[in-house]
Design a protein around this ligand. Structure first.
Ligand code: HEC
Ligand code: HEC
Ligand code: HEC
Ligand code: HEC
Length: 461
């Protein structure tokens, strides 16, 4: 977009920095490294404003303020306040001037998060977002042409906000679990929500022609529709004319239709002309796919993060078995308190399943990511290893204990400790289990029935 010469304002609705609270010191340090990487990357991309989301507060306010000191962009929140003084903890809004347009951006948190917030930081409180927004927009209207809300309120409260506060020009929603991209208008206010985790980049183009105050923008899809109708009218007229020319006759029906079309055309022309000097906005959701080229400078930051992050994690359990270890010795190395016992343990009683599984891609799924050094292995391990997040810390393939390498029997059948006997193995493996890893992005051609044939276990019809 920059190459197109467009003036750009990059906004983020929040929940940028953390995914979940870090329990261990190692994970805390890792979280800080990741925050550094995110901030550097956002600086590099030239972000303007980022809203504070509830996940950003997960490590406490002090942690957040320290972590964000290097940011060249503003963190905002209109309704996160000190409980005693009622003073805001961040700027409630920012006003940006772009191409002569004054744009006010304000950020809102959901007050439903208050009980959790009390546990993290009892000194803070979140005020009612809708009341807060009304108070702010009333005064902001005087100095700004456009008011944009970065919201963490979730779908139903976003709609309520749009219904109750007509001063707002655009609501960008975060939070919740929007699927893909949702674009709608409530009370004439456009409301966008994108699938979380950065699957989409939402783009809104504003074209400013009429600078008479108050500045008003119209949605371009209505004009597009009129233009399309115009095109259809013209095509039809031309068709009739060429038919008449061919036959050499002036058939009454056709002449009548032509007249009708021409009058309609004139009407439309007038409507379109009236729109000519108006301002429009247009929105598009751009899927961020693997085919999008990586920025070399940001990739360098990513490499750096990976190297530093890998240093933090030390293998907790025995790593790869030394070559030539017997099966019995391997089994002996599996900790007695581990929920997962590894395919090697199952082999004793389910030899056929084991041999067939060894031949599948699942058995080698951890090695696969070694062959893709471009990526941090930790990002891949949730699908390319067994029990990630449930068993000790590991961040690289070398650190994965051998009985958790690859997609083992127990990813599908459940942890094997205590089986056979008290521990019952799940025989049926549902589509939902496969879908944990075979997501639309990672496995676009996934087909349950066809893929089941290739996993090495006998399927009962
Ligand atoms: C000591 C022998 C033994 C070991 C080791 C063993 N199993 Fe089994 N497995 C059995 C027996 C016996 C049954 C049938 C009785 C039962 O369901 O408990 C069985 C049944 C199963 C079933 C079918 C359950 C059903 O409802 O039909 C699955 C799936 C299974 N095992 C998977 C595994 C996996 C995965 C491992 C390794 C983590 C494993 N087993 C290790 C002996 C074993
Ligand atoms: C823990 C994550 C995970 C689960 C659960 C999982 N898979 Fe996979 N699957 C993978 C990964 C990762 C690969 C790619 C392995 C590789 O080549 O590195 C894969 C590959 C496959 C392949 C090979 C595809 C090919 O290109 O030939 C099949 C078939 C398959 N999975 C079927 C299934 C089915 C069916 C289920 C559910 C019963 C399932 N998988 C559950 C992670 C998983
Ligand atoms: C959400 C789960 C998931 C994550 C995360 C994931 N993968 Fe995969 N990956 C899969 C599945 C499932 C397949 C099998 C796809 C298929 O064949 O349909 C696969 C296949 C692959 C393949 C192709 C293997 C082949 O047989 O051709 C490579 C390479 C790969 N993944 C690398 C990576 C890397 C590197 C990462 C980390 C940046 C990663 N994956 C993260 C689930 C995942
Ligand atoms: C990708 C998921 C997946 C993996 C990995 C997997 N299984 Fe299965 N397994 C299944 C499915 C699906 C069935 C068939 C269930 C049905 O239709 O009854 C099955 C069936 C079974 C059965 C009962 C039928 C039979 O063949 O006797 C056993 C036992 C079993 N698996 C053991 C294992 C063992 C041992 C491993 C590892 C060496 C393993 N499975 C790996 C998905 C998996």
């Amino acid at each position: 977009m920059r190459k197109e010469g467009k003036k750009i304002l990059l906004l983020d609705t929040g929940n940028l920095l953390f995914r979940k609270p870090s329990q261990t010191e190692t994970k805390r340090k890792d979280a800080l490294l990741r925050v550094d990487l995110l901030i550097q990357s956002y600086n590099e991309m030239g972000y303007g404003v980022v809203n504070v989301g509830e996940k950003d507060l997960m490590m406490g306010l002090r942690f957040l303020s320290e972590a964000t000191q290097k940011a060249k962009f503003s963190f905002i929140s209109a309704n996160l306040t000190d409980k005693k003084t009622q003073k805001g903890m961040f700027s409630p809004y920012v006003i940006k001037e772009i191409a002569g347009l004054k744009i006010a951006i304000l950020g809102l948190l959901d007050d439903q998060f208050n009980p959790t917030l009390q546990e993290i930081d009892p000194g803070l409180t979140i005020l009612d977002p809708i009341i807060t927004s009304k108070g702010l927009t009333k005064s902001l209207r005087e100095y700004s042409d456009l008011i944009i809300v970065l919201s963490q309120l979730g779908e139903s409260k976003d709609k309520k906000l749009a219904r109750e506060n007509p001063q707002i020009d655009l609501i960008l929603g975060g939070g919740g679990e929007a699927q893909k991209a949702v674009i709608e208008r409530v009370n004439e206010i456009p409301l966008y929500r994108l699938e979380p985790r950065g699957g989409y980049l939402g783009r809104v183009d504003y074209s400013l022609i009429d600078t008479k105050k108050p500045i008003k923008f119209f949605v371009s899809s209505e004009r597009d529709e009129l233009e399309k109708r115009m095109e259809r009218l013209i095509t039809r007229s031309m068709q009739i004319k060429s038919e008449m020319a061919k036959s050499g006759k002036q058939e009454e029906m056709r002449v009548k239709e032509l007249k009708f079309l021409e009058s309609k055309q004139k009407e439309l022309e007038k409507t379109l002309l009236a729109l000519e000097n108006k301002n429009f906005y247009r929105h598009t959701a751009i899927p961020v796919q693997l085919s999008v080229e990586d920025d070399p400078k940001i990739m360098k930051g990513v490499e750096h993060y990976r190297a530093e992050s890998a240093k933090l994690y030390k293998p907790k359990v025995a790593g790869l078995p030394e070559k030539g270890l017997s099966e019995r010795e391997m089994i002996a190395r599996i900790p007695k308190d581990s929920l997962f016992v590894g395919a090697i343990t199952c082999k004793k009683c389910h030899e056929v399943n084991y041999r067939n599984w060894l031949k599948t891609k699942h058995a080698k799924a951890s090695q696969t990511i070694v062959a893709s050094p471009k990526y941090a292995q930790e990002e891949c391990l949730m699908c390319h290893s067994t029990g990630y997040g449930k068993m000790g810390d590991y961040a690289t393939v070398e650190e994965i204990p051998f009985y958790l390498q690859g997609v083992q029997c127990e990813t599908c059948h459940g942890p094997g400790r205590g089986h056979p006997g008290k521990g019952r193995m799940e025989r049926k493996v549902t589509l939902g289990v496969c879908r944990n890893c075979h997501t639309k992005d990672q496995s676009p051609t996934f087909n349950y029935v066809a893929f089941l044939e290739k996993i090495g276990c006998k399927i009962s019809k």
